[in-house]
Design a protein around this ligand. Sequence first.
Ligand SMILES: Cc1ncc(COP(=O)(O)O)c(C=O)c1O
Length: 346
Amino acid sequence: MIDLRSDTLTQPTTAMREAIANARVGDDQKREDPTVNELERRGADFLGQEEAVFLPTATMANQIALQILGRPGDALVVERQAHIMLSELGGPAAHSGLLTIGLHGTKGRFSPDQVVAEIRDRTSVHVAPTRLVALENTHNSAGGRVWPLDEIDAMVATCREHDLAVHLDGARLVNAAIASGTEPARIGRGFDTVTLCFSKGLGCPLGALIAGSVELMARARRGKHFFGGAMRQAGIVAAACLYALDHHVERIADDHARARRLAEGLAGAGVDVDLEQVETNFVQIDVGPDRAGAIERMKEHGVLVSTTVHPTIVRAVTHLDITEEDVGRAIDAIGAALGVKRTAGV
Ligand SMILES: Cc1ncc(COP(=O)(O)O)c(C=O)c1O
């Protein structure tokens, strides 16, 4: 089976497992885990921030960010198909009492003007004041799309001008950085808080970071306990994350090249793929109204893909465990499953 459902499916490599086995560990709640401490130091630099806090998941990292940036009754502005909006169970309302305003995005992005249009009268006793904005880069449901750096800078400048806090959901920030040829620290440095997930393209079994100023990270550490994410000998996991920072960052370019080859191969075979959408490691395939049937037929041909928020579109994601040969085989298998003209994918 060629599993293209998500980049979250990777297995730790043998070398990563060795790093895990050899990790020096301590009680992370007491900040005595040397491996976690090292990851937090390096992670802060990597994300262009003063300090970072190690967490189990990127969802928790987002939720802590929103909790420390907002107060109950504040309004949060986010793209309406962002992970925070669609896939975190209403967390901003449940955990932090935030009213979430979903903006219509283009390629997962929205403009400073759209944000400014949502700023409400903060002196009014009736309306929820707009206090924070969250961006997602790469944007998952838009198909792994990348925010151009000039648009990020313009958004951050607008937020500063209007006294809005600004968060970056950078679960796949490394993909965005590699695709745009920009250091993650350059992308992350202007935000109040930035999150990064290690269990996606970076290939770790779990782990995430939140980064920000020393003051905000002191509050994030409290949030880590509050959300039940304060761990003990977490260096076992942090060792994998450090390994990934050393060995799995540059190679993400291979995932992007494979996604491009997959997309071009499929398009050449007559499959409905919008090549313009393929900026990182996601390929969006329009399979028409019988999506469930198409997924089943692809499975019968040995390829797993996943659904997206768009009713006729499935997603194929390249990652650490997908080889060049897999791409060739997947092109043939998907083409055959969808009954289009056959092509030699390999
Ligand atoms: C953009 C984005 N943010 C956050 C998350 C949450 O990650 P986790 O599963 O580690 O909670 C995901 C997971 O797919 C994601 O795509």
